[in-house]
Design a protein around this ligand. Structure first.
Ligand SMILES: Nc1ncnc2c1ncn2[C@@H]1O[C@H](COP(=O)(O)OP(=O)(O)O)[C@@H](O)[C@H]1O
Ligand SMILES: [Mg+2]
Length: 239
């Protein structure tokens, strides 16, 4: 039987006319995002840049299905994220998306190693395999010596690296990171950038990175710039 095969690279993410407006305590409304639209193909690297308060974190949260838009759509591997209920979104996210938050979001009662193991176990990996992968990824971010530490006994930069190891270990198709080098010194930051791009090259992981860091933005194939919740610029970065 003849089958029509899709041509060209897979579109991992498609954003259509996405808007987010919130109600304020004084009865007014704040439009945080206005008619955002772009698409990202498999294995692409995209930077989202813009001043503080321009809507970057809100956009990233919407791409991950962590928030609900006021208008528009997010298609993740062709599936309309917000046509699904919360459980459906969580399942689709779990299978496809790794997220590194600005505020790390490590679980305080778990050690560094246990924090990295947790999503692997939730995804059904056997204990021994989760342990081996978690050890391997802590080593790759340079934190083997801190495996038994609790988050409160780690510096900000160390917590950031645990959060990255936790996301990387899942080998997501799409990695979303909100200022992943924001709390790191230059050398550690460069190491983390190198790791993310290695993951992109080795595993074809699509990267979408919110950043203030010009080096990190320049390392991406494309960028979009937000100003007051609007896309003001999109295209390849020419270095
Ligand atoms: N739930 C909310 N309610 C009211 N204002 C919000 C809410 N979330 C974000 N904002 C505002 O929206 C703007 C964009 O926020 P954010 O997406 O965090 O920007 P960025 O990550 O670019 O710094 C900011 O002015 C912020 O204060
Ligand atoms: Mg932000």
């Amino acid at each position: 039987m003849n089958r029509i095969m899709p041509t060209g690279p897979e579109v991992v993410l498609e954003v259509q006319d996405l808007g987010k407006t919130v109600a304020l305590a004084d009865g007014g409304k704040l439009e945080i995002l206005h008619e955002i639209g772009f698409s990202v193909e498999a294995a692409e690297t995209l930077a989202i840049v813009g001043a503080s308060g321009s809507g970057k974190s809100t956009l990233l949260g919407l791409l991950a299905g962590l928030d609900v838009p006021s208008s528009g759509k997010v298609l993740l591997r062709g599936q309309d994220l917000y046509a699904l209920d919360e459980d459906g979104r969580a399942a689709l996210r779990g299978e496809n998306v790794g997220f590194v938050f600005q505020s790390f979001q490590l679980l305080p009662a778990l050690t560094a190693l246990e924090n990295v193991m947790m999503p692997l176990e939730l995804a059904g990996r056997a204990g021994a395999q989760a342990l081996a992968l978690a050890r391997q990824w802590l080593e790759r971010v340079g934190l083997s010596a801190r495996a038994a530490h609790y988050p409160r006994h780690l510096s900000g930069g160390e917590q950031q690296r645990v959060a990255l190891a936790r996301a990387f270990a899942m080998q997501p198709a799409l990695l979303l990171a909100d200022e992943p080098t924001g709390n790191l010194d230059a050398q550690t930051g460069q190491h983390i950038i190198d790791l993310m791009f290695e993951l992109n090259r080795e595993a074809g992981t699509t990267l979408i990175l919110v950043t203030h860091d010009d080096d990190l933005a320049a390392a991406c194939q494309r960028s979009i710039r937000l100003r007051s919740g609007r896309m003001i610029e999109a295209g390849a970065i020419l270095v």
